[in-house]
Design a protein around this ligand. Structure first.
Ligand SMILES: *[C@@H]1O[C@H](CO)[C@@H](O)[C@H](O)[C@H]1NC(C)=O
Ligand SMILES: *[C@@H]1O[C@H](CO)[C@@H](O)[C@H](O)[C@H]1NC(C)=O
Ligand SMILES: *[C@@H]1O[C@H](CO)[C@@H](O)[C@H](O)[C@H]1NC(C)=O
Ligand SMILES: *[C@@H]1O[C@H](CO)[C@@H](O)[C@H](O)[C@H]1NC(C)=O
Ligand SMILES: *[C@@H]1O[C@H](CO)[C@@H](O)[C@H](O)[C@H]1NC(C)=O
Ligand SMILES: *[C@@H]1O[C@H](CO)[C@@H](O)[C@H](O)[C@H]1NC(C)=O
Ligand SMILES: *[C@@H]1O[C@H](CO)[C@@H](O)[C@H](O)[C@H]1NC(C)=O
Length: 926
């Protein structure tokens, strides 16, 4: 890069500091505009692609008023040393009387912010400098204490504002012009990535300019919502500030929460000063971000499999730094144990990490480097994943099991929405669907309970779900006779006092505030919301799978009845009326969770329902052809969304439309980052569903941590990873990190007793899981369908597993992996691109011979012989259906063949299961 100071080509409208005009600047890597009067960033374009603007410059003139933040603004809280009250100063508070500042040869504009910070105490002087370093743009603030007294800075916030405004833009414009901003709140190694929504870059990486400028907190910036663009709405999430210090907030607004990092302040003695700032660099592709961080002097951290650690999963952490790590601490003490795990390449250090079986939830690892830089890595410790599954199943079918068969709305018996803050059912809500067993917000709980049975059936849970189908789904939630048989209602709870005169609607809710959202009976009973068909069909399919894999577990209907119910439900959802109009309104967009329809289709074929399968396939082909013809085939109920991609990818891959699968993966890359923090790693952007599925107490627009975007978008990301031509290349492995992070996310939503929350509130004054179960179901669906263990020979770290425990034999040509993912029925052996799945039992371990390339898979009936899970007693599972394919690896991959003689059946190979000995399935190179 450019080590020497390069002269800047600066075009300045008018140089005099008292006059106000826009300033155009140009450094090696960027061209941009600083706004007249305020000197804030109005436009920032990468030299590599001048048609792309990271800033919403087209909307700047709507957003140049008081209280509207831009990059280049500064927010402060300070007090005289020893006082308790903080004073605020904020450059966005007023926009009058600003001055442009001076352009000089050493920087772009340097501005004394005295006019922008009119309330600032006399003894404090703040100077802002736009400058450059090695061709990158830098922004710094020097705060001088020119007074006689010491002052304490308790908050320094640097707003980071780029083009995340979707308002008044078409979907195509959003994809082409907008970016999303994600933080890694990691102190001295922290950074922000501004990812172009196209997923193909160019992206911006924002790093601390010096060690003082640590990334301590990420603060949402309230702004007036008085322009046509809106603010903190579905098309404009809003803006945040990089907090270098946050003590002043921790003592006030945030005093009930446990922050990501210890809150700090700094003291400026009389005559003292401090310079804090950020550097803006370009990463052409998302997978280049690590390189950009290294170039900016930051340590780079790669967690395997990520930052969510089930107690029985050994994890690894790799750190690339030119400075040694002098000290590592863990909080809570002992929650994680890090032991040295070797060095790799020129500058990578490895650690083996294990979680304490007595630890649960958040854990922070603090690394101190030889140059005094301090980094925090944020982990989540979960129970061992089979335990998580059984705890969740138990909670859903006991605590959330609603048995009042006299309920006037017909909700008994069902798995119903739950409020963890009151530990009670949610039987009323003016967002009627939440209490109405439909929509994601109301169906989420039965969907999760169903999906659990698909992979780990338990007799008592299956029995309750069969009862729910009998009493609620096939009685009220679905229409079960007449022309609209199989139609799914939007809600079975409704607000219509005249129809239920003895029922008391709670005065806690305003039942008439938003008429379109509080439904009367006829509105609630409408059947056009295509999304709702996924939940019901997934429940049926799960019961089919449970019945198929555990003979005798079904007691009310047989497995095929459930399979065909699932089929007919999908068929209705995607059919037209006799006049040709679609029966439902969203049949031609990707639907949350429809990945399960792929399983359904393959099971229809497996069970020889060939006509039904062919019909369903034809319908899907029609939908896929529509998507293939669209520039932006990711429409939904919302103006912008991160939900359609999963379905679009599935069927595009199914019909071999690589142009659309590529575009779809790119779209997801635009909103799904990987960073060393359990909350943001693989956390696909979601920020409005607290309004529609969360607790009424916190129903607001807010960045959600591990809402269902994580589990669902991980499905295509991981499938695309497995299909890559070089699954052991760094680019593909970047995608595995994103995907595995997304797949692990839904584990964090489940609390220590098994309650699954819809998402975590990320605002620093909240920082807890939403009290409602709400729409957790689709997230768990993604988790279950995507859970797998991966073995890769990483080009730097060697053999590592995402989701498994690796060991090797003495002669070490044999790598042995024990799956520790939640399901333990899917493995991917990257060196041969071999993907093996079973539908029942457990893959106890598999081995890969690095010389012969032989892969041996050991399959048992699973859940040990003395399993405590009811209905899963020893011997209850007789066989598994094993499928395998080489999903990627391009032309150069060694072709593998199945050596074990196995009978074919149900679309795969039948493997006998026993609790006493594992069945071996051998694949060899051929
Ligand atoms: C702007 O400057 C004018 C003239 O100096 C002054 O009267 C006015 O109060 C200033 N406005 C603000 C908001 O500081
Ligand atoms: C909103 O978008 C439309 C269509 O592009 C455009 O004509 C209109 O000027 C925009 N409105 C504003 C206020 O920018
Ligand atoms: C928390 O901060 C609020 C707002 O500043 C204040 O009213 C309250 O007393 C504080 N509570 C504690 C326990 O410090
Ligand atoms: C800031 O403080 C340093 C000493 O720490 C001093 O050398 C420098 O001149 C000061 N800068 C300003 C602008 O006051
Ligand atoms: C490591 O850091 C902790 C916390 O700052 C400190 O208590 C401890 O003394 C340090 N240990 C070493 C070996 O530097
Ligand atoms: C059912 O559909 C048939 C044929 O379209 C129609 O004649 C009949 O009226 C419908 N019945 C009801 C109850 O809507
Ligand atoms: C629901 O009731 C709450 C509490 O009265 C109210 O604030 C909210 O606006 C209502 N929401 C809807 C969708 O009616």
């Amino acid at each position: 890069m450019y080590r020497s100071l390069r002269s800047l080509a600066i075009t300045v409208g008018i140089f005099a500091s008292t006059t106000r005009a826009q300033t155009n600047f140009s450094v090696a890597n960027f061209k941009g505009v600083l706004a007249a009067g305020s000197g804030v960033l109005e436009s920032l374009r990468p030299t590599s692609n001048l048609s792309f603007d990271y800033s919403p410059s087209d909307f700047y003139h709507y957003r140049d008023g008081a209280g509207q933040y831009h990059t280049g603004d500064l927010t402060l809280r300070y007090r005289a040393l020893g006082e308790s009250d903080w004073t605020d100063a904020d450059t966005a508070a007023i926009r009058q009387n600003g001055t442009d500042g001076q352009a000089s040869t050493t920087g772009l504009l340097t501005t004394d912010l005295i006019n922008q910070l009119p309330g600032l105490a006399k003894g404090i002087k703040v100077t802002r400098s736009w400058s450059q370093q090695d061709g990158d743009l830098t922004l710094s603030f020097t705060i001088d204490n020119t007074g006689a007294e010491s002052i304490e800075l308790g908050s320094v916030g640097i707003p980071i504002v780029f083009n995340n405004i979707f308002s008044n833009r078409t979907a195509v414009e959003v994809t082409q012009r907008c970016s999303l901003i994600d933080p890694y709140i990691g102190l001295g190694a922290g950074y922000v990535q501004v990812t172009a929504l196209s997923g193909t870059g160019p992206n911006l990486v924002i790093t601390p300019l010096n060690q003082d400028s640590k990334f301590e907190a990420w603060r949402f910036l309230p702004e007036p919502d008085d322009t046509f663009l809106g603010y903190q709405i579905q098309t404009y999430e809003g803006n945040y500030a990089w907090q270098v210090y946050s003590l002043a907030y921790a003592e006030n607004e945030w005093n009930t929460t446990e922050p990501w990092n210890p809150p700090s302040s700094t003291i400026l003695a009389s005559g003292g000063n401090i310079t804090l700032g950020l550097r803006f660099s370009v990463a052409d592709q998302v997978q280049d971000i690590d390189t950009v961080l290294s170039t900016a002097g930051l340590p780079v951290t790669v967690g395997v499999p990520g930052y969510v650690i089930p107690q029985d999963l050994p994890a690894r952490l790799f750190v690339n730094s030119s400075h040694a790590i002098n000290n590592i601490t863990v909080e809570p003490a002992g929650a994680l144990t890090l032991t040295s795990g070797g060095t790799y390449g020129e500058s990578w250090t490895g650690y083996d990490i294990s979680a304490s079986t007595s630890a649960f939830g958040r854990a922070r690892v603090t690394l101190t480097y030889a140059d005094d830089r301090i980094q925090t890595v944020h982990y989540w410790i979960a129970h061992s994943s089979p335990t998580v599954l059984s705890e969740l199943g138990d909670f859903l079918t006991n605590e959330q099991w609603y048995t009042n068969t006299s309920d006037p709305f017909g909700r008994g018996n069902s798995v119903i929405t739950y409020d963890r803050s009151t530990n009670d059912y949610v039987l009323q809500d003016n967002r009627t669907w939440i209490a109405g067993v439909s929509d994601e917000g109301g169906a989420g709980s039965f969907l999760a309970a169903g999906m659990k049975q698909a992979v780990a059936p338990a007799a008592s849970e299956v029995a309750k779900l069969e009862t729910m189908v009998r009493d609620v789904v096939w009685r009220t939630l679905q229409i079960s006779e007449g022309n609209d048989t199989y139609a799914v209602r939007r809600s079975i709870f409704y607000y219509q006092p005249d129809l239920v005169p003895d029922y008391i609607y709670s005065p806690e809710f305003n039942w008439t505030a938003v008429p379109g959202e509080t439904w009367n009976k006829s509105e609630a009973y409408m059947t056009w919301r295509t999304y709702d068909y996924v939940h019901v069909s997934a429940l049926y399919w799960s019961l089919y799978r449970a019945g198929r894999t555990v003979p005798g577990i079904l007691t009310q209907r047989n497995a095929i009845w459930y399979l065909l119910q699932a089929y007919h439900t999908v068929h209705y959802a995607l059919s037209n009326a006799t006049d040709g109009t679609p029966l439902t309104d969203y049949a031609n967009v990707g639907l949350m969770g429809e990945w399960v329809w792929g399983e359904l289709l393959s099971d229809l074929y497996a069970e020889n329902y060939t006509m039904e399968a062919a019909e369903m396939e034809q319908t899907m082909r029609g939908r896929q052809q529509i998507w293939a013809s669209e520039a932006d085939p990711y429409g939904s109920e919302m103006a912008w969304d991160s939900t359609g991609e999963e379905g679009v990818y599935f069927w595009s891959a199914y019909f071999n439309d690589t142009a659309t699968t590529r575009k779809t993966v790119n779209a997801i890359r635009g909103y799904m980052p990987t960073v060393p923090h359990w909350g943001w790693n693989g956390n696909a952007r979601r920020y409005w569903d607290f309004l529609y599925a969360g607790s009424i107490q916190l129903a607001r627009i807010e960045r959600q941590i591990h809402h269902y975007g994580s589990g669902l978008n991980a499905l295509p990301i991981l499938a695309d990873y497995r299909a890559s031509a070089d699954p052991q290349g760094l680019d593909a492995l970047y995608q595995l990190r994103v995907g595995y992070g997304g797949n692990s996310g839904p584990l964090t939503n489940i609390d220590a007793e098994g309650f699954g929350s819809m998402a975590f509130h990320s605002y620093p004054d909240t920082m807890h899981w939403d009290a409602y179960s709400g729409d957790y179901g689709p997230n768990f669906l993604g988790h279950v369908l995507g859970a797998a263990t991966y073995l890769v020979n990483h080009p730097i770290f060697g053999y590592v597993s995402f989701g498994g425990k690796v060991s090797s034999t003495n002669n070490s040509t044999l790598i042995i992996v024990e799956p520790r993912d939640s399901v333990r029925q899917r493995i991917f052996v990257a060196p041969t691109s071999l993907y093996v799945t079973i539908d029942a039992g457990t893959i106890e371990n598999f081995s890969y011979d690095i010389v012969s390339k032989e892969v041996m898979v050991n399959i048992s009936s699973g859940r040990s012989a003395n399993s405590t899970m009811d209905g899963y007693e020893a011997g209850s599972t007789l066989r598994a259906v094993m499928k395998w394919e080489q999903t990627g690896g391009g032309e150069h991959v060694t072709k593998m063949g199945l050596q074990t003689a196995l009978e074919s059946g149900l679309g795969g190979y039948l493997v006998g299961l026993s609790t006493t000995e594992a069945s071996c399935v051998l694949f060899t190179a051929c």
